[in-house]
Design a protein around this ligand. Structure first.
Ligand SMILES: Nc1ncnc2c1ncn2[C@@H]1O[C@H](COP(=O)(O)OP(=O)(O)OP(=O)(O)O)[C@@H](O)[C@H]1O
Length: 356
C-alpha cells in the first residue's frame, strides 16, 4: 500500500521488548528520501535493534515501519529493497571481489551483461577498479570495506542501512571513508540510516542525528543544532566536551560559581535552578582576573593540556566545580601555569540553561 507524500523511511511508535526488558521505546521518526540520518548513542541504547527492525531481521513488539510509502512492518528483509553494510565487512571469503559485488544481482538473476556493467560502475565508485579477481584475504581492511559498500549500492537501492561500517578501520582511513560514503550517497540520492557510537563521525556525515538514550530518542536534529543547542545534560555531554555549571535563580538572576551572574540564550524563567551549559571552545581566558560582569567567573588553573590546535585549560571555580576552556593556540599566546588565578568569560548567546 503506497502512502501519499512520503518516500523514505518512517517509524511510527516502534517498540521492542525482550521479555520484561523494553530496549526500544516508542520511537517515531520520518527520514525523507535522500537524507543521511544517523542513530547515535552509547552502547546498549538500542541503535542496532532499531536498525535491525528497519532491515526486517527483528520484528517490532509494537508500532509500524514504512519504507518508500509501503507498510513494511512484517515484510521479510529481502522484500524491503534495502542495501546493507555492517561492521567487520562480512564479505564472502569464497568469492572474489567481482563475485562479492555481483552477488545481490546474481541472486536476482539479472542478465550477465548487465551484472558486468553494474559491478564495474559500483567498483569505479568505490575506487576498486582493477581488483576484481582478488579475494578477501588479499585486501586491506579499507578495501574490504569498500567491497561491502559496493555490494550494498550495486542494486541501486533507495535506502541503505549501515551499522558501524567503519568501526574496524584506523583513524585516517576512517575519515577518508566517511567522506567517500557521504559523497556516494549524495551522488546517488540514497537515503542512509547510519548507526555509530562515534560522535565526531555522526557530526561529520549526517544531515540529521537522533541521539539515543536507553531506548528513547533524547534529541533529533541537524548536527550543528544538537551540538550547539542540546536540550539535556545527557545530549550535551554525549556530543563532545561540555561545561555544566550549577546555577540558582536569586532575585530574578541566575547565579553560581562564587555568586557570578549568568545570562543565557533563551532563558527559562520558570526554572529555579539548573545547569548552565557552554562548550569549552566558547570560553575565553581573560587577561586579568574576572571582572564583575555577567558570564565571567574567577578560578585557578588546575591543569593544562596541549592539544595542538588548542590549549585546554582545566580551571577550578570557587565551589570546586571544574570548567574547561579551549584557547586557540595563536602565535604569541602566553600559556598559563597550574596554580595561576585566571578569569573565564563567554557570551550569553553561547550559553543555555539545562535542567538537572
Ligand atoms: N536478542 C536479544 N535478546 C535480549 N536482549 C537483547 C537482544 N538484542 C539486544 N538486546 C538488548 O537490547 C539492548 C539494546 O541493544 P542494541 O544492540 O540495540 O544497542 P546498541 O545501542 O546498538 O549498542 P552497541 O553500540 O553496543 O551495539 C541491550 O541492552 C541489549 O543487551
Amino acid at each position: 500500500m503506497r502512502e501519499e507524500g512520503f518516500a523514505g523511511v518512517r517509524l511510527e511508535r516502534v517498540s521492542k521488548a525482550y521479555g520484561p526488558e523494553t530496549v526500544v521505546r516508542e520511537i517515531s521518526l520520518a527520514i525523507p528520501q535522500g537524507e543521511f540520518f544517523t542513530l547515535l548513542g552509547p552502547s546498549g541504547s538500542g541503535k542496532t535493534t532499531t536498525l535491525s527492525m528497519i532491515a526486517g531481521f527483528t520484528l517490532p513488539s509494537q508500532g509500524s515501519i514504512h519504507i518508500d510509502g509501503r507498510d513494511a512492518t512484517r515484510a521479510p528483509p529481502r522484500a524491503r529493497g534495502l542495501g546493507m553494510v555492517f561492521q567487520n565487512y562480512a564479505i564472502f571469503p569464497h568469492l572474489d571481489v567481482f563475485g562479492n559485488v555481483a552477488f545481490p544481482l546474481t541472486v536476482r538473476k539479472v542478465p550477465k551483461a548487465e551484472v558486468a556493467r553494474r559491478v564495474a560502475e559500483a567498483l569505479a565508485m568505490v575506487k576498486l577498479t582493477g581488483l576484481e579477481k582478488r579475494f578477501a584475504r588479499q585486501l586491506s581492511g579499507g578495501q574490504q570495506q569498500r567491497v561491502a559498500l559496493a555490494r550494498a549500492i550495486v542494486g541501486q537501492p533507495r535506502v541503505v542501512l549501515m551499522d558501524e561500517p567503519l568501526g574496524a578501520l584506523d583513524k585516517n582511513l576512517r575519515y577518508h571513508m566517511q567522506v567517500e560514503i557521504k559523497e556516494i550517497s549524495r551522488r546517488l540520492g540514497m537515503t542512509v540510516v547510519y548507526v555509530t557510537h562515534d560522535q565526531e563521525e555522526a557530526l561529520t556525515m549526517s544531515d540529521r542525528i537522533a541521539i539515543m538514550d536507553r531506548g528513547r530518542i533524547a534529541q533529533m536534529g541537524p548536527p550543528r543544532e544538537v551540538y550547539e543547542r542540546p536540550e539535556s545534560a545527557f545530549v550535551a555531554k554525549f556530543l563532545g566536551e561540555a561545561n555544566l555549571i550549577r546555577a540558582r535563580r536569586r532575585d530574578g538572576a541566575l547565579r553560581g560559581a562564587g555568586a557570578a551572574r549568568f545570562e543565557v540564550a533563551a532563558d527559562r524563567p520558570g526554572l529555579a535552578e539548573g545547569q548552565v551549559f557552554v562548550r569549552p571552545e566558547k570560553v575565553r581566558l581573560l587577561p586579568e582576573g574576572a571582572a564583575p560582569a555577567a558570564n565571567q567567573v574567577a578560578g585557578t588553573v588546575r591543569h593544562t593540556a596541549f592539544l595542538g590546535n588548542v590549549v585546554r585549560y582545566e580551571v577550578t571555580l570557587p565551589e570546586g566545580e571544574v570548567m574547561l576552556c579551549d584557547a586557540t593556540n595563536a602565535s604569541g599566546t602566553v600559556l598559563r601555569q597550574p596554580g595561576e588565578p585566571v578569569g573565564l568569560a563567554w557570551n550569553a548567546a553561547d550559553a543555555l540553561l539545562l535542567e538537572g
